[in-house]
Design a protein around this ligand. Structure first.
Ligand code: SAM
Length: 293
């Protein structure tokens, strides 16, 4: 490939994150100005976590819809078949809600820690026909935040269990563009695995570290490092470009099906998309016969 061809073909995908980074830095500054001069809450600047959620909510409220019109791989098809009791991790303001079929879903829980996205989320849940079946939870995916919120909502009883959830309660868990930003990812993803019923499905669409050793590109992997050093996680609400989410998912527990594929593996923001089925409980033959009698 000539340098000219490279500039025309590969450079745009490598430089696209720079636009998003600049946009996020702009919204971060606007959030600070809003908190100080409009809301008149200068002390809120000391709560950096909330400030970053607020700033990311600005980015998402302004651009989320446009950034959700097209998604990699079979994601929309996978979402359209979700059924039963579903947990959607980090639904934002519900940009991908129209991709689900509410007739197949008996209850849906959205774990969204950014309070500024909740009004949009509730509005979209109504517009898309979920009505009272939708439960917006103000919490993150990390067990210390999610488990108490599920307990409070009445779907999970952890009283007397030291706040731990060991049983599976969800038929499906959807992780779309969110695991890149959850704290202590291995523990958080294992916590989600535990909340899946045996035989339950996890639908995944996540951007990950560029797989430069196999089908990726070293220059794209290098650019991920550059954007990280320029402040990507800070301005993007904790999102990490260099996460090995594939490995965290594989190591979360036993799966009957682990079907993930790379989309855009040579890009600076490559995705893994697919479905994972949690191992079913295989009944001992004599026990199964006794149950049948
Ligand atoms: C890039 S947006 C994706 C929104 C939605 N899943 C979609 O794809 O349209 C990431 C979302 O994850 C949320 N988020 C950030 N940290 C989180 C955490 N620890 N647990 C759950 N969600 C989180 C953000 O507030 C934001 O709404």
């Amino acid at each position: 490939m000539t340098a000219y061809q490279w500039l025309g073909e590969r450079a745009p995908t490598l430089l696209r994150p720079a636009i998003l980074l600049l946009l996020s830095a702009y919204h971060f500054i606007m959030t600070i100005l809003e908190v100080v001069f409009v809301e008149r809450r200068p002390f809120a600047l000391f709560n950096l976590t909330q400030l970053r959620y607020k700033s990311f909510a600005r980015v998402w409220n302004n651009n989320g819809e446009m950034m959700s019109a097209e998604m990699p791989g079979p994601l929309f098809q996978l979402l359209s078949t979700c059924k039963g009791v579903v947990l959607d991790i980090g639904p934002g303001s519900g940009e991908i809600l129209p991709r689900f079929n509410p007739n197949l879903i008996s209850a849906m829980y959205g774990a969204e820690p950014a309070v500024d996205l909740h009004s949009g989320l509730r509005r979209r849940a109504q517009e898309t026909g979920f009505g009272a079946k939708y439960h917006a939870l103000l919490c993150g995916a990390e067990p210390e935040s999610l488990i108490p919120a599920l307990h409070k909502s009445g779907i999970l009883d952890v009283s007397g269990k030291g706040g731990l959830a060991s049983e599976g309660i969800f038929d499906e868990i959807c992780c779309v563009r969110v695991l890149c930003g959850v704290p202590h990812p291995q523990q958080t993803i294992t916590g989600l695995y535990n909340l899946l019923k045996p035989g339950g499905r996890m639908v995944v669409c996540e951007h990950v570290a560029n797989p430069w050793r196999t089908e990726g590109r070293v220059v794209a992997r290098f650019m991920q490092l550059v954007y990280t050093l320029l402040g990507w996680p800070f301005f993007m609400g904790g999102c990490e470009l260099q996460r090995h989410t594939w490995d965290y998912l594989r190591d979360a527990g036993k799966w009957d099906k682990f079907d993930l594929k790379y989309y855009g593996p040579q890009d600076c923001i490559p995705f893994v998309v697919g479905e994972l089925i949690k191992k079913s409980v295989s009944l001992d033959k004599s026990y199964a016969e006794a149950v049948q009698k």
